[in-house]
Design a protein around this ligand. Structure first.
Ligand code: ADP
Ligand code: MG
Length: 480
């Protein structure tokens, strides 16, 4: 579309509100570092028919955002506004102001960051795409690029095993789970690379792999339903050798899609095909999953990716800095590994930003430049405590199982700590009551409200209890 036509595109207030919500979601899902670095500069141009146009100020940013976030942005738009079928992410100046461009990040960043290849080149690497079901694989997500440590060695070993010998007894399905940014997608891509490109390079017959997010699966299914082509959908999905579905938790509450997935799953397993699935929780903790699906998902290998340890964070930083070819002093790595503890994605985001800055201005990386460049992130970090962390610490403190934070059990020794955790979530995070409720096994916001007032009452009348809560609060706020 020529640039002059853009004036015809109208931006309604409703659209702006939808866009604001989508940005909020992106920020939440990808974390502060990543959002600030890549996504904040997106501006909405408008809607034209069923197509939304979004602008980014540089070609580099556009490619990066397209390849890494394109699918997700598409899905979020479609969820917000079912009329939207396509999101066009473009590069170019918009007439409106570009919101909050940070640190003059520009095209010149490219060399420091080794951005993922754009989708078409990703495919060239593996020859023709094996199947149109395949989402583009990130060329950095290989086994070689995965740093192994205590928290992820089991999941890594399972993934390796499946990549070597798909459909072995005991490893089918492979269910990978763990918190956000801990390497689930990385391992899944690594399996896919190994089964396609690597096999081919070794002269072995490549297998057909379909890798997709659960949302994509759902989106395809719904589209097939609409266009009455479900038979084709079924045939397509049941004809692959390996089916990988990432972030299965998105199917919760989507009963029809779950049902379809269940049938696809059975058809494939009965045929001796391999399934690999990831989710943010274990099958038994994924509430809202159909029981029969849960049972089938648990009957192969279930492997979790634990939160990173300090040692693993250091190893990852070392590996990534070496790959980028920029010398990073030990002190800086220690500093980062101490400060940025939530997940690998955030850690990587911070390091990338540091490396980009070093490349851009030719300044060596030092502790001072690190503090300067990452000033905003570090500050945000200091104040930020996650609900997951609150639940973990509180469960630990009261000696109860973490799963009871989400369970329906109402025994006092479980219910009270849960209330404390809800109270602290309200105090220490900016989450709303309904959001907090959802994080506690999908409880209602009134339950959270009740918990907050109950804890407040108890603090008034029970000094020992008050001290306990205060201790927990300080521990959480002071956590590195
Ligand atoms: P998840 O899917 O669990 O949310 P990802 O697989 O997308 O997480 O990982 C987030 C980022 O962190 C990716 O860039 C990935 O390459 C990187 N990463 C995660 N774990 C490791 C690891 N052990 N070694 C190297 N990189 C990692
Ligand atoms: Mg993922």
């Amino acid at each position: 579309m020529p640039a002059t036509m853009e004036q015809d595109i109208v931006e309604t207030p409703q659209l702006a509100a939808q866009w604001a919500r989508i940005r909020g979601r992106l920020q939440q899902e990808f974390g502060e570092v990543e959002y600030r670095t890549w996504l904040r500069q997106m501006t909405l141009v408008g809607i034209d028919g069923d197509e939304i146009t979004v602008h980014l100020p540089t070609r580099f940013l556009r490619d990066w955002v397209r390849s890494r976030y394109g699918d997700r942005i598409n899905t979020l738009w479609h969820e917000e506004n079912p009329a939207v079928r396509r999101v066009d992410i473009r590069f170019g100046q918009t007439t409106g102001p570009i919101s909050g461009a940070p640190d003059g990040l520009a095209e010149s960043l490219a060399p420091a960051l080794a951005p993922p290849l754009p989708i078409s080149r990703g495919r060239e690497r593996s020859g023709e795409p094996r199947s149109e079901l395949n989402a583009a694989l990130d060329p950095r997500f290989t086994f070689d690029g995965f740093v192994v440590g205590k928290p992820n060695e089991f999941a890594y070993a399972c993934a390796r095993r499946v990549a070597e010998k798909p459909s072995s007894a005991g490893f089918n399905p492979l269910f990978l789970y763990g918190g956000v940014g801990l390497g689930k997608t990385h391992l899944m891509h690594a399996i896919a690379w190994e089964l396609t490109t690597a096999r081919e390079a070794n002269g072995a017959y490549p297998v057909t792999v379909a890798y997709m997010s659960a949302e994509k699966f759902m989106y395809r299914f719904i589209t097939a339903l609409r266009s009455q082509s479900t038979l084709e959908f079924k045939e397509q999905h049941r004809s692959v050798d390996v089916l990988m579905v990432d972030d299965l938790q998105f199917l919760i509450g989507k009963d029809n899609t779950q049902e379809e997935f269940f049938h696809t799953f059975n058809a494939l397993v009965d045929d001796g095909k391999q399934i690999v699935v990831s989710a943010d929780k274990s099958p038994s903790d994924l509430s809202g999953l159909e029981d029969r699906l849960r049972t089938r998902l648990s009957c192969g290998m279930v492997a979790d990716l634990h939160a990173t340890t300090y040692e693993l964070r250091i190893s990852i930083l070392e590996a990534k800095a070496q790959l980028a070819g920029v010398p990073v002093p030990d002190k800086v790595m220690e500093f980062l590994a101490h400060k940025i503890t939530s997940n690998v994605r955030e850690l990587e985001g911070a390091l990338n930003r540091l490396l980009a800055q070093a490349n851009l201005f030719g300044r060596p990386v030092t502790l001072e430049t690190t503090q300067e460049v990452l000033h905003d992130i570090l500050k945000a970090y200091e104040r930020r405590v996650s609900i997951d962390e609150i639940q973990r610490k509180v469960a630990e403190h009261y000696n109860m199982r973490l799963t009871d934070m989400f369970s329906a059990r109402r025994a006092r020794n479980v219910a009270r700590p849960r209330q404390v955790a809800m109270y602290l979530a309200k105090q220490l995070t900016s989450r709303s009551l309904p959001e907090i409720g959802r994080k506690f096994g999908n409880r209602d916001h009134t339950t959270v409200m009740h918990a907050v007032s109950r804890v407040n009452q108890l603090i008034e009348v029970d000094p020992a209890f008050a001290e306990d809560v205060e201790l927990l609060r300080r521990m959480l706020e002071g956590a590195p």
